[in-house]
Design a protein around this ligand. Sequence first.
Ligand SMILES: Cc1ncc(COP(=O)(O)O)c(C=O)c1O
Length: 333
Amino acid sequence: MLDFNLDSVTRERFCLLPTPIHKMQRLSEELGKVNIFVKRDDLTGIAFGGNKNRKLEFLLADAKAKGADVILTEGALTSNHCLQTAACSAKLGMKCELVLSDAASGEKITGNILLNQILDIQIHRVSSSEERKSKMKERAKILSSEGKMPYIIPTGGSNRIGIFGYIACMKEIAVQSKEMNIQFDYFVFGTGSAGTQAGLVAGKLLYYPDIEIIGINVGDNREEIISATMEIIEQFEEDWSLQVGLKDLDIIVNDGYFGEGYGIASPELVETLKLVAKLEGIFLDPVYNGKAMVGLIDLIHTGKIQQESNVLFLHSGGGPAIFAFDDVFGKKL
Ligand SMILES: Cc1ncc(COP(=O)(O)O)c(C=O)c1O
């Protein structure tokens, strides 16, 4: 094992960790001879939980260490990352501003859009995702000219600092695996801006080498996710003078399940969400976890995930998004 001390990384601790791992017994029985476990990162604690809380423990600590007093970040109107950044900043008493663009599921005042309003977050609207970066730069310039110290967090909190969220998660899994006396063979999750994947891959190489990390693309460009993942890991290696042993082989982004695009719910996705809710009492969001679960079920059915294996599925949060999909799931009573 490589000599890397995670405890030496600056971190705020506001998540409820470790998040539980438990077996999805009825789903496992439904799908056949595979044991499906779930890592409950929907229970990380702030703003209905989710994977971004983990990254933010490191990003906001870095911001604080650098003397920042305003956090700036960006995303779609319904972004989980933006809501969680706003809520975690609030928890630390830091001001936060969001640059938000369009949303695949529209502009209904529900889900994260509503929650941002409860937080009274300052929002700057732009009309497309391409415009977000320049708007952030513009805001940062204005804030600096007012004597403030802005700190920019990129989309999804995916960078050389955010990576620690899922490096720490993999370390946590290694401990839980030992306590439960179960070797997890596969880890399946929805991948988007690459920060979760970069952390998991680096964390695997550092702490839990025998697990296969399978990212299910939720609607971005596969090649871009792979290159962004590699870039973040390379930055991590550079910052810490480490060679974690990254090979192309270690980065798996499965492209088969994003359907018609980001945030678009196919009939198969709807059935999958209902199946998991009815068998396990767990609600998956349609944008990330629902698609990842469609992928997992297909990988089991097609034998790409081997029988008798132990699969760990990441529930990465995002629950509030469900409420924007009332036209897909809802019917008049
Ligand atoms: C609920 C949820 N799951 C998964 C992801 C994907 O994580 P990443 O952007 O680190 O790939 C996101 C990203 O916003 C998310 O909100």
